[in-house]
Structures are given as C-alpha cells and as structure tokens.
Design a protein around this ligand. Structure first.
Ligand code: ZN
Length: 141
C-alpha cells in the first residue's frame, strides 16, 4: 500500500469487475472513496461517491489545482486517525472511464478532497503522512 500502483494499460472486464467490487466495499464501510491498493490490488483504480453518484476512476491524474483548504479527513485504512489535511479546493482530474475513454472532471469541495485522497493512495501516500513526525509516532503505538 506504500508504493505507486501500476497503471492500467487496457481496460478489460477484470478492471470493470474490480471497480464494482470496490464500490460494494466502499458502500459497505460507509466510505466516500476507495482505492484498489486498499484492498490489496496493485492497479490505478479508485471509486468515489460523496452522495452524488458513483464515479469510477482509472489511472487518475490531477492536472490542475486551485486554491487551498484545510479540513479533517478519515480513511478506511487508518481507522483511528482523523487528520487535518491541506488540499486544493478545486481540482481537475484526467482519467479513463470504464470503457477506456479519456475523461476529465473539475471538482470542488468534498468531491475534490476525495479525489486527492484517492490519488494519494494510488501513489502510496496516506493521511498520516500529513501529520508531524511526533504525532505520527504516537499513532503507531
Ligand atoms: Zn483512504
């Protein structure tokens, strides 16, 4: 979970199946997002639903960031931690959809935050990395 996930070269039924399973797990755990690396799959896949419909992202890459905002975040992989994370207020993300088509979304607020959180996961980064070293040490105990 701490390394960069592998890019998807071709979108196949396997990727589509994994994305469906990931969405199921996300809803089951009342999460707003889930990255494949969190369920032990080394692929650039993520699902997000902030309550406005399911979004499936393949090879997501943030191409534009605007503004900053600091808010508390939780993570299904770090159950006990609530961490204040400074992120862009608004982002543009490019990705492949389930049919392998290149798409782009510009998001703000919670949606933008969820995208940045999942993209972090896919590059091996967790919310605890935003803590200062002393707090991080405390959390490890
Ligand atoms: Zn997370």
């Amino acid at each position: 979970m701490r390394k960069k996930a592998s890019s998807v070269i071709r979108v196949t039924d396997e990727e589509r199946r994994i994305l469906c399973d990931m969405a199921d797990s996300m809803y089951l755990n009342n999460g707003v997002g889930l990255a494949a690396v969190q369920v032990g799959i080394d692929k650039q896949l993520a699902v997000i639903d902030i309550g406005k419909g399911l979004v499936k992202l393949i090879n997501p890459s943030i191409t534009k960031k605007m503004g900053t905002e600091t808010q508390e975040e939780g993570c299904l992989s770090v159950p006990d931690a609530v961490v204040k994370v400074k992120r862009a207020k608004k982002v543009t993300v490019s990705f492949l959809d389930e049919n392998g088509e290149v798409r782009q979304i510009t998001a703000e607020g919670l949606f933008a935050r969820a995208i940045q959180h999942e993209v972090d996961h896919l590059s091996g980064k967790l919310i605890v990395d935003y803590l200062n070293p002393i707090k991080r040490l405390f959390l490890k105990r």
